[in-house]
Design a protein around this ligand. Structure first.
Ligand SMILES: *Cc1c(COP(=O)(O)O)cnc(C)c1O
Length: 334
């Protein structure tokens, strides 16, 4: 029985074309700056997103960490959402390794942070307080796309208040495809952006941090410090380049599949949050573990939770959706 894995868009396997691109990649020692494929990936993404420079790193967690540490020094502070990945799901790395104090604030229903609340959280210049240096946003945020007008307002406010603006763009391309804009139209509002190649884009490993030459220079030093300097990494970078050239537009299929799934499950009577990109949230409450086991017996993998997240991706086909819906229908009848 082939398994349909809805836990995350990280579970994809490299496509045949991607494996071929990886096998063909020209290699060199990237710590010496001599891997031509890594250099091409960094330059390509920086250019497409409107930045001076890029840095290839193993994970999105490291990319965000280096971004935060390049913006903030010891005893500085960044403002971030309570549910943001950098704050909640990265082991507290910015605090542990960067001595950066987070100032979390509650997020809004649309995935944004209320800019009036952000401004109110900025600390005065007073020796009692940490120095507020940065605002970090996430887009998409739990599958939701931040409005472009909101990004413009966040840009204006952070400029006015002397803060940097960082984007955790793990799913930047889902947002861009949903809006029908070039990803650069989103990243132009930010001072730095972390992009995951290993989520919906379908590469096995890797993220890229983009920013100014100065910021990326700092991040490159920090990458060495945290042990993230890789040698002949061009095979991995080739997967990223392949994803950027061949697997961006197809994210629209994941969005259609998620929308269909959400609509069908709502039709069965499940509580479904509005679907924007590749994530469907199901309010399943106390039945989470029973549902998880039931689906598992039918070849469908989920991470059971009261607010159940179903993620569509490269390895979930449109033809899988009826089977998933049927399993949810059978659970309800059960
Ligand atoms: C997955 C993810 C990351 C981190 O990526 P890893 O490669 O798993 O370390 C960062 N931010 C968001 C929003 C993510 O979904």
């Amino acid at each position: 029985m082939s398994v349909i894995d809805l836990r995350s868009d990280t579970v994809t396997l490299p496509t045949t074309g991607m494996r071929e691109a990886m096998a063909r990649a020209e290699l060199g020692d990237d710590v010496y700056g001599e891997d031509p494929t890594v250099n091409r990936l960094e330059a390509t993404l920086a250019e497409r997103l409107g930045f001076e420079a890029g840095l290839f790193v193993p994970t999105g967690t490291m990319s965000n960490l280096l971004g935060l540490m390049a913006h903030c020094g010891r005893g500085d502070e960044y403002i971030v959402g309570q549910q943001a990945h950098t704050y909640k799901y990265e082991g507290g790395g910015a605090a542990v390794l960067g001595s950066i104090q987070p100032q979390p604030i509650d997020g809004e229903a649309d995935g944004s942070l209320d800019l009036a609340k952000v401004e109110a959280a900025i600390k005065q210049d007073d020796f009692h307080f940490a120095r507020t240096r940065l605002l970090a946003l996430e887009n998409t945020m739990q599958g939701k796309v931040l409005p472009q007008s909101y990004l413009a307002a966040a840009r204006e406010m952070t400029r006015r208040r002397g803060l940097g603006l960082h984007l955790d763009g793990a799913r930047l391309y889902n947002a861009a495809v949903k809006l029908g804009v070039d990803a650069g139209e989103i990243t132009r509002y930010f001072d730095s952006v972390s992009v995951c190649l290993s989520k919906g884009l379908g590469a096995p490993v890797g993220s890229v941090l983009c920013g100014s030459t100065e910021l990326i220079g700092k991040a490159r030093r920090l990458r060495k410090m945290v042990g993230g300097g890789m040698r002949q990494a061009g095979g991995l970078a080739a997967a990223g380049l392949y994803a950027l050239d061949h697997q961006v537009e197809r994210l629209a299929e994941d969005h259609v599949n998620a929308e269909t799934l959400g609509r069908e499950l709502a039709g069965l009577g499940y509580g479904i949050e509005p679907v924007q990109t590749n994530m469907v949230y199901v309010d399943i409450g106390a039945q989470a573990s029973a549902l998880g086991a039931f689906l598992g017996e039918r070849g469908i993998r989920v991470s059971p939770a009261p607010r159940l997240r179903l993620v569509t991706h490269l390895d979930v086909k449109g033809t899988d959706i009826p089977h998933i819906v049927e399993a949810f229908a059978a659970f309800r009848r059960n």
